[in-house]
Design a protein around this ligand. Sequence first.
Ligand SMILES: *Cc1c(COP(=O)(O)O)cnc(C)c1O
Length: 404
Amino acid sequence: MKYIKKKLTIEKASIQNIAARFGTPTYCYSYNQLKENINNFKKNFKSFSPLICFAIKSNTNINLIREIKKFGLGADVVSVGELMMALKAGIDPKKIVFSGVGKTSDEISYAIDKKILLINTESKSEINEIERIAKSKKKIVNIGIRLNPNTDAKTLKQISTGKKENKFGVDEKTFFNLVTYSKSSKNINLKCLSVHIGSQILSHKPYEKMLKVIDRIIQKSNYNFEFIDLGGGMGISYEKNNKKLNYQKYNIAIKKFLKNYNSKIIFEPGRSIIGNTGSLVSKVIYIKESDKKDFIILDAAMNDLMRPALYGANHKTLPALKTNQTSKKTYEFVGPICESTDKFTTLKKFQKLNEKDLVVMCDVGAYGMSLSSNYNVRTKPAEILIKGSNINIIKKRQKVEDLI
Ligand SMILES: *Cc1c(COP(=O)(O)O)cnc(C)c1O
């Protein structure tokens, strides 16, 4: 995304044209950015050619999943709905892993029928349920066990998952017990050790620590895991001063780890594949002046983009058309919803805005549309995919009638 003759442009489409054609708020995705992200991800780890399972929960647009599938990626799903979505997008069941702390009997049953690669389990009671269902179907089911490596991902506490106080995975002792238990079971085949320590991780160090823990635990359990699923969590730069994850160092740590094992590595990236491909275009409805700051009331709200309200996340915000005027007052960008958390960002010295101006929130491709809701009976935005000068609608804007 860049300014061409003062017009903010995604590939060859200007934001102004997009808004005129599709209305606002609208999610726009750049195909070429997606392609670049996937190719870079593959390149970073090419020496051990991992299975890359896109975390569907980060973006559930089926047309984007279809594009991702064309690059050979599999899927990490966390519900039967996501599993159906991945299959419908044409992803090979042998490239699908099913994660999550609480899969219901129906979900497990469906996953077994579809012969997916792995069900990653997180508790003894879940393993027992998988076993029961597998037995009733006279099947042997491939599972992974998710270890909680008690590793601090040094990310926001709301998106940290790998510490012992988090609900995810099982502790060391339980892990060993479950390995022993699985070995004796006739209906489950333990194939994978999985971890996922959190999201938006910007340092390779937590990953290094996690690998050391895994290494120690595999040696202690004396079990040959066909797959080691390292989860996702690779962070992206939301702000200029954000650090960048050093993929090279992460890669080196994995290569070192693999010297002792012949396991296949699985990754489950979401944000790092889709995050920076998406932008949310929105229009200024009103400007409400006050003493200390002016409120810029947008037609996008927390139901369209939940991350600021949910995690205190901040998205880079840009005007669609550059002028040379700067506002003297601080701007607080808010939506029209009746919640005080319905605000996006507060910026000083932003370009002076007027009613009907367009603004763009950047890097909203992950956990943007997929976290959207119909709160306040607000319709969900349209989604479009831009490929050079080609613009395709990949999800129509909801209509109020759909909701009533
Ligand atoms: C959310 C999640 C991911 C994806 O995380 P990102 O930070 O988007 O890469 C991967 N694996 C599991 C188990 C998850 O819950």
